[in-house]
Design a protein around this ligand. Structure first.
Ligand code: PLP
Length: 425
């Protein structure tokens, strides 16, 4: 079947009406329930092309993965070529060896790799390996950090209390979980004094990108590392977003703190569905005998391994980091200037490769302080920006790719200016 034959040609509204009949909420991930809702027909570089004939300069990038832009030639060609020889063998193949070697070489510190299909699964593998290694079950995770949607790790704040984030979630599965505020070294030290020797792992986004793109305070990661060493606790960096995005070695390299295990996904595969658990070989090799289970029919598929290999080769040989930084900084500055021109108190903070936009002003260091900003108002702005051709979701995160250049900057700032000019708060 050709792509033309697969078209429904009923426009976004027609598609949405049909989608709502057959897919709960009209979507296939709850993250998409709140939009953006125009349907997309294709994407290339930093651009999305909608079924209604609109184009969008894309700063959502599929929630992060399209770090090289959409459909990067090197990745598409490598995947297409590899798939000619079949997609999945139920056995080993050359590309998975190359991909694992590249992950270790390019990221710098990991010694071994296990691939899975999603970040959610990689996190589960990390927790299991940590628990097996320590013989303990309790873990520390932090408020506002996202580690996938599974019962034993998904948390939310409901009526001021932290616990299950979803109806149907089994609260007992969260019992081994201490849910703490992040970025507070003193508080963590005190908690470790109470139960550090019972902990299997501390898991965190080393930059809290999912909630406000908040960097760790100077010295915080070092304190966490030191506490984990002292109490024999496995330190897990969930670098599903930050890995290969904030630099080849992710946040571990950026802040000079090496975890015991880490999870990667998103940016390391050019948009393909694949993730990885990586780490020290003494921990990872617990998976070698089968005593610690980690399985998956589609793990290390030919398509995924070709995507990882081509993406990491590109990142290593033609690193986009300088251009991402240049674009991100110019964009952040331009957005601030336009907001000032319109007399709008806009907060743009974070890193050039991933930054956060909201209304208000506060010293934001964790989940709680982020709530002082007007996040709901930003969500309304994001919807207006989509209407004017900038593709974003309402959570405030802007992702920059190596495909964003001067033209995209110009278009984005012009469309942003127009939106603020006509936008009724
Ligand atoms: N960990 C982090 C930090 C994430 O941001 C995400 C997804 O956004 C996940 C884990 C889960 O990954 P996936 O959506 O691939 O299951």
């Amino acid at each position: 079947m050709t792509t033309e034959q697969l078209r429904l040609d009923v426009g976004s509204e027609g598609l949405r009406a049909r989608a709502l009949v057959r897919a709960p909420g009209g979507v296939h991930s709850n993250v998409r329930l709140r939009g953006p809702h125009p349907f997309i027909r294709s994407a290339k570089g930093a651009w999305l092309f909608g079924v209604d004939g609109r184009d969008y300069v894309d700063y959502l990038l599929g929630q992060g993965p399209n770090f090289l832009g959409h459909a990067p030639d090197a990745v598409v060609q490598a995947v297409s070529a590899a798939c000619e020889g079949g997609l999945l063998y139920g056995g080993q193949h050359e590309l998975e060896v190359q991909a694992a070697e590249l992950v270790c070489e390019v990221a710098g510190w990991p010694e071994m790799v296990r691939f899975s299909t999603s970040g959610t699964e990689a996190v589960q593998a990390a927790l299991r390996v940590a628990r097996a290694a320590t013989g303990r079950t309790e873990i520390v995770r932090f408020q506002g950090h996202y580690h996938g949607w599974v019962d034993n790790i998904l948390v939310g704040e409901r009526g001021g209390d932290w616990g299950v984030a979803s109806d149907g979630q089994v609260a007992d599965n969260l019992r081994p979980c201490h849910i703490l505020p992040w970025n507070d070294a003193e508080l963590l030290t005190a908690q470790f004094e109470q139960y550090g020797s019972r902990l299997a792992a501390v898991i965190m986004e080393p930059i809290m990108i999912n909630t406000g793109v908040i960097e760790p305070k100077p010295g915080y990661l070092e304190t966490v590392r030191e506490l984990c060493n002292r109490y024999g606790v496995v330190l897990i960096f969930d670098e599903v977003i930050s890995g290969f995005r904030v630099g080849l070695g992710g946040a571990a390299q950026r802040y000079g703190v090496t975890p015991d295990l880490a999870t990667y996904g998103k940016a390391f595969a050019g948009g393909y569905p694949v993730a990885a658990l990586v780490g020290r070989s003494d921990l990872m090799s617990q998976l070698s005998t089968g005593a610690v289970n980690h399985s998956g029919t589609f793990n290390a598929s030919v398509m995924a391994m070709a995507a990882v290999t081509a993406t990491l080769t590109t990142l290593r040989d033609r690193p986009p980091y300088a251009s991402v930084e240049e674009h991100g900084l110019a964009l952040m500055a331009g957005l601030r200037d336009i907001a000032a021109k319109h007399d709008v108190q806009l907060r743009v903070a974070g890193l050039p490769a991933a930054f956060h936009m909201s209304f208000g002003d506060a010293d934001v260091t964790d989940y709680r302080s982020l709530q002082k900003l007007d996040l709901a108002r930003y969500e309304r702005l994001a919807a207006a920006l989509v209407d004017n051709g900038i593709w974003l979701a309402g959570r405030g995160i802007w992702y920059v790719s190596g495909a964003h250049g001067p033209r995209e900057l110009d278009v984005a700032l012009t469309r942003f200016d127009k939106t603020l000019g006509e936008w009724a708060l």
